[in-house]
Design a protein around this ligand. Structure first.
Ligand SMILES: Nc1ncnc2c1ncn2[C@@H]1O[C@H](COP(=O)(O)OP(=O)(O)OP(=O)(O)O)[C@@H](O)[C@H]1O
Length: 355
């Protein structure tokens, strides 16, 4: 299989068409239903309550975090909690300042504007957004060349909810204009277990506690993946058993989908196996590792490695990629002697960098 398209993977954190179809039904509708992210939830609750008490529009909110952690869901909850409508768009969809002006000028008072991937907006649109966020005003340029004139346009107060996977890429003037920034963390297995239980209830699927725990442990800290694995396990339970998801059924089903006990899929394991078997645990250069796996360099670096690094199974060092002791353990292999001695070169190394 060619892994260049991330969405081919059952453990992809980004949404595929099938996800879009069911995600709307599974989204928590208010803060009380939203699982985990205690700090962001508590802080946001205060921001929204205070705005409601003042009868004001809520401050602009920036949500940062990896795909599938619930940024879109939270933006919808903000609108619901404020009793306001929501408009959804994304940075890449706004290529010209005029596109943004058209959206902004059609907002109603108090409306929530959700701007996904806000770091991918064009520069002119971004500059227009500064003024809109701060003064609820935009200058619409009419005409071209020396005869062009800027017509100021008043906007009703609105709440911008920006979402980004890369908060560090946002220019400081944009970041500073958000009244509240929430950083979404990966979820603990116990939290994902709650997400799975809730989704199973909505999908009318019977699941045992241990079945949910089994799926949660393989969901890479991400609710979107948890919900997708649940649907695959449900299929298996319906076809191969009586529809009830037990721990055993979940484990068998996920074995069929090649998702192991830690959430690694075939590509992840191929990279680790090559690193251990062919290169004795490294260090080995990225290009060499990619050739050994039969994949593009970018696929190994961007698709497989982030999760392996996060799991503490692989480390990027100045000398190349190395496996950590946990990688040997996970694949049930014995490290050669020198790797055991060099175990300190594992995930804790300070000078990690992309090769
Ligand atoms: N805290 C949560 N509790 C319950 N379900 C959640 C939670 N967070 C996310 N989900 C579920 O996970 C799925 C993905 O969430 P969502 O689309 O909000 O993620 P996202 O961060 O916006 O992802 P992306 O950046 O890729 O758009 C949805 O089906 C949603 O219902």
């Amino acid at each position: 299989m060619n892994w260049n398209d991330e969405s081919d993977r059952v453990v992809a954190a980004t949404a595929d068409g099938d996800d879009h179809a069911v995600e709307a039904a599974l989204r928590p509708k208010d803060l009380g239903e939203f699982v985990g992210q205690e700090r962001v939830r508590e802080q946001l609750d205060l921001v929204l309550r205070a705005a409601r008490a003042r009868g004001a529009t809520a401050d602009h909110v920036l949500l940062s975090g990896a795909p599938g952690l619930g940024k879109t869901t939270l933006s919808m909850i903000i609108a619901t909690e404020m009793g306001a409508p929501i408009r959804i768009t994304s940075g890449p969809a706004i290529q010209h300042a005029g596109d943004l002006a058209a959206i902004l000028s059609s907002l109603t008072e108090g409306e929530v504007l959700f701007l996904d991937e806000i770091h991918r907006m064009s520069r002119p649109a971004e500059e227009m957004l500064y003024m809109a966020m701060e003064d609820f005003r935009v200058d619409v340029v009419v005409g071209k060349g020396p005869g062009a004139t800027a017509i100021p346009l008043e906007l009703p107060p609105f709440t911008l909810v920006g979402a980004t996977t890369r908060a560090g890429l946002l220019p400081p003037p944009l970041r500073d204009r958000f009244g509240f920034t929430g950083h979404m963390e990966f979820y603990a297995p116990a939290e994902l277990q709650r997400v799975i239980h809730r989704s199973a209830g909505l999908l009318d699927v019977v699941i045992e506690e241990e079945g949910a725990a089994e799926i949660a442990g393989r969901s890479r800290g991400t609710p979107r993946i948890a919900n997708r694995l649940l649907r695959r396990v449900r299929d298996y339970a319906q076809v191969k058993a009586d529809g009830v998801i037990t721990r055993e059924i979940a484990a068998h089903a996920l074995q069929v989908y090649e998702v192991d006990g830690r959430g690694l899929d075939r590509l992840d394991r191929a990279v680790l196996t090559a690193l251990l078997k062919l290169f004795g645990g490294g260090p080995v250069g990225l290009s060499t590792l990619a050739v050994a796996v039969g994949e593009e360099r970018e696929t190994v670096e961007e698709v497989a490695e982030p999760f392996l690094v996060r799991e503490g199974l692989l480390a990027r060092t100045p000398r190349g990629r190395i496996a950590t002791p946990a990688a040997w353990e996970h694949l049930g292999m014995q490290p050669p002697q020198q790797v055991t001695r060099g175990a300190g070169t594992g995930a804790g190394q300070g000078d990690l960098f992309g090769e």
